[in-house]
Design a protein. Structure first.
Length: 264
């Protein structure tokens, strides 16, 4: 098997990659593949023949069903990943083009397709509500919160304390040393002392600029990015409520938590 030839064969034909994806959830007859893929049976037969030549699929001589080989299954997973990534890139093309992506590790950039079902909230003259306001509305209904915040909005100290003293809300926040010191400065000393003794609050400091600001909760993922000039873009926020996006956000949080020091 020549990897480059196989990749080219699968990706350059919409029918071939659709056939692979159709078979990824189990064996199917030609008629069943036709119903799912939607192309002509003749075109599908040619695609099946090509895929069989590369040992990506086989046909059961008794049932006449086609099924993926182990290699075919592995390649179908990669095709799913590529197609998901391309969908996410196309859907939010301007967002990815105009922002600094260096705060997202490569292993998660490879899974950018996990964010394809997000919505991009953008402030416009016709819609003046800032993404930050939408974010605060969502976060107040969450049961657990994990976030990385190298920025500080004026209402953060009050909102943070309100969440910290709320019932059954588990909070983990990673921020920069500068933001942490400002947060302490703007918060009442007695309130800070109380927070230090709360079992549901963990605050971490990281000695680098994450170049990404995000929050993941049991309800949603909110992702904000910096512009190439180093300023945070307050006008755009990518928000998703899907399980795959939330899992992506948790992994991004853990990436930064391993690099941070707990201070509360």
């Amino acid at each position: 098997m020549n990897p480059e030839n196989v990749l080219k064969m699968v990706i350059t034909s919409s029918v071939r990659h659709k056939v692979l994806l159709a078979l990824s959830d189990g064996p199917k007859t030609l008629g069943e593949i036709h119903s799912q893929v939607g192309s002509t049976k003749s075109t599908i037969s040619h695609a099946l023949s090509d895929l069989m030549d590369e040992m990506l699929i086989i046909q059961d001589p008794e049932t006449k069903q086609y099924q993926l080989t182990n290699i075919g299954y592995l390649i179908s997973l990669q095709v799913k990943n590529i197609m998901g990534a391309l969908e996410s890139i196309r859907k939010f093309e301007e967002f990815w083009l105009s922002h600094d992506l260096s705060g997202i590790p490569e292993e998660l950039l490879l899974r950018i397709g996990d964010l394809r079902d997000s919505e991009l909230h953008t402030t416009t003259p016709e819609y003046l509500k800032l993404p930050h306001e939408i974010y605060m509305e969502l976060i107040r209904t969450s049961k657990w919160i994990k976030g990385v915040s190298p920025i500080l909005f004026a209402d953060y100290p009050e909102e943070f304390l309100e969440l910290a003293f709320g019932e059954d809300v588990d909070i983990e926040i990673i921020t920069t040393r500068t933001v942490y010191e400002k947060l302490i400065e703007l918060s009442p000393p007695e309130a800070v002392e109380k927070v230090r003794n709360l079992p549901n609050v963990r605050l971490y400091v990281i000695d680098e600029n994450p170049k990404v600001a995000f929050t993941v909760t049991n309800n949603f993922l909110s992702l904000g990015l910096f512009l190439p000039n180093g300023t945070y873009d307050m006008m755009n926020d990518l928000i998703s409520t899907t399980e795959r996006a939330k899992k992506w956000g948790i992994e991004l949080f853990e990436y930064y938590r391993r690099r941070a020091e707990r201070v509360i």
